[in-house]
Design a protein around this ligand. Structure first.
Ligand code: GDP
Ligand code: GDP
Length: 442
């Protein structure tokens, strides 16, 4: 999906603009319980096109000492990632020195730059905005992020500036696997090790995001008993090329993670064996689960753990599971990209999760299991009414969604939903696959 980035000095209204453009979408996405969204990224839909929007404002502290440097960095990083750049300026203040600085850098941009003359709340200020033509860009739109005037024409221009969507072959259903995780956990090393292990042809195809390249490999490469399958490793180029700018890469690695998650079927989260699972990892896992992607955790650099005993892996796995809370259905693999230990197994398991995510449970079998589960433990009553679950059906795959038809669907409590989910997992597996259980009126 195309990425549109908002840049500009502090206080011009970047985050207000971001909120205005993303607010409707966010209401929909946040509807799922347990979703934590980073307010710097959002999706915008306008006249049938959808794009990702990022507010880079967080990169520039409002009272930074190294203010100029911070803005410069914000722009440089954006030039590397965005498809369209929104350069926000302020009609209240007119052109300022930092605006000129930003303009100078953006005039070299390959991608379209649209000047947003914000805070044009009145006709008078809309006229004042004309001075921003002086910044030297082809497109300039006066608008008000606060009251919304002018945003329609502006969004038309943004959509017109988006690059054509790369054509996705609809019949291409090769599993798409993404390696994610904090910098230096070994994502590139693992990807390269796997690419090295595939003797069959590796083709590189344009990825779904700017400058990203996906690698298509056949897996497993050897072995006579198993037919190789085509697998797409998402954004392997992004993994191979090291970030040019060191500072603030965290912000952009978060962005990349977000986009790799969107583009994959199964997300493989790497953590460093010496550091274990950290808060940020747990957040990414929850995000991936909210997007209903298949999940695998790899504890990488296993070779660095000395004096391993029989229980070392088990204890660490237990620690990780405690931190993950409810995501205890996610498989954990201990591997080393360096020595190659269990590197291939990572991909094997990711493929197994992919197949599970695609699985369809026959309705008769499903209802047997649900009936038994309800007999064993019936739903708690709701406002003095018995809650009865009449029947269930898997209404979609990839990701799997189960519908339960009940007399009082709104009366099914979260704890009971979880009970049913656990019963489904015990009967049907779905290892590494987030399940959606939806309760409907019958
Ligand atoms: P950022 O630092 O660029 O992200 O700027 P903010 O979005 O935080 O906005 C800075 C200030 O400008 C806030 O007080 C906003 O309420 C105000 N502001 C933003 N957009 C508009 C607008 O369209 N009109 C007016 N009058 N004020 C705005
Ligand atoms: P990325 O930023 O997640 O792509 O991480 P890299 O693949 O660039 O790895 C970061 C560093 O960790 C490099 O110096 C690698 O050689 C090292 N590394 C990666 N995997 C392993 C591993 O399994 N064991 C050891 N000992 N080092 C590793």
């Amino acid at each position: 999906m195309a990425l549109v980035a908002i840049v500009g000095r502090p206080n011009v209204g970047k985050s207000t603009l971001f909120n205005r453009l993303t607010e409707e979408r966010r209401a929909i996405v946040d509807d799922q319980p347990g979703v934590t969204r980073d307010r710097l990224f959002g999706e915008v839909e306008w006249t049938g096109r959808t794009f990702d929007l990022v507010d880079t404002g967080g990169l520039v502290p409002r009272s930074a000492e190294r203010f100029d440097a911070a803005i410069r960095e914000q722009v440089v990083l954006t030039l590397g990632e965005a498809d369209v750049i929104l350069f926000v300026v302020d009609t209240l203040t007119g052109t300022t020195e930092p605006d000129q600085e930003v303009a100078k850098m953006l005039r070299r941009a390959e991608q379209p730059v649209i000047v947003v003359a914000n805070k044009a709340d009145t006709e008078g200020r809309k006229n004042d905005a004309a001075e921003f033509w002086g910044l030297g860009f082809d497109q300039m739109f006066p608008l008000s992020s606060v009251n919304g005037t002018g945003t329609g024409d502006f969004l038309d221009a943004v959509v017109a500036a988006l690059p054509d969507e790369p054509e996705r072959d609809e019949s291409d259903d090769a599993p798409r696997i993404a390696f994610i995780g904090r910098p230096n956990v070994g994502k590139s090393s693992l990807a390269n090790r796997l690419l090295g292990q595939t003797r069959s042809i590796v083709t590189e195809i344009a990825g779904t995001t700017r400058d990203s390249v996906d690698a298509r490999v056949a897996w497993p490469s050897g072995g006579e008993d198993e037919e190789p399958r085509e697998v797409v490793l998402v954004d392997t180029a992004g993994l191979r090329k090291k970030a040019k700018v060191k500072e603030n890469v965290e912000f952009y690695s978060t962005l990349r993670t977000q986009r790799a998650l969107q583009a994959c079927d199964v997300a493989v989260l790497l953590v460093d064996a010496e550091q274990g699972l950290e808060g940020q990892d747990a957040r990414v896992l929850r995000e991936a689960a909210a997007l209903r992607k298949g999940l695998v955790i790899v504890v990488n650099k296993w070779d660095l753990i000395e004096d391993k005993e029989t229980n070392t892996a088990r204890d660490m796995e237990r620690g990780i599971r405690e931190k993950m809370g409810l995501l205890d259905y996610v498989p954990v693999v201990f591997a080393s990209a360096e020595t190659g230990q269990r590197a291939g197994r990572v991909l094997d398991i990711a493929l197994r999760v992919f197949d599970e995510r695609r699985k369809r449970v026959p309705t008769a079998r499903l209802n047997e299991v649900v009936e038994k589960a309800v007999q064993r433990q019936s739903p708690p009553s709701y406002r003095n009414n018995y809650v009865r679950i009449k029947y269930a059906s898997q209404i979609r795959t990839e990701p799997p969604v189960f519908a339960f038809f009940a007399n009082h669907p709104q009366g099914v409590k979260e704890s009971y939903r979880r009970y049913l989910e656990n019963q489904l997992r015990a009967a049907f597996g779905f290892e590494g696959v987030p399940l959606t259980l939806s309760f409907k009126q019958k």
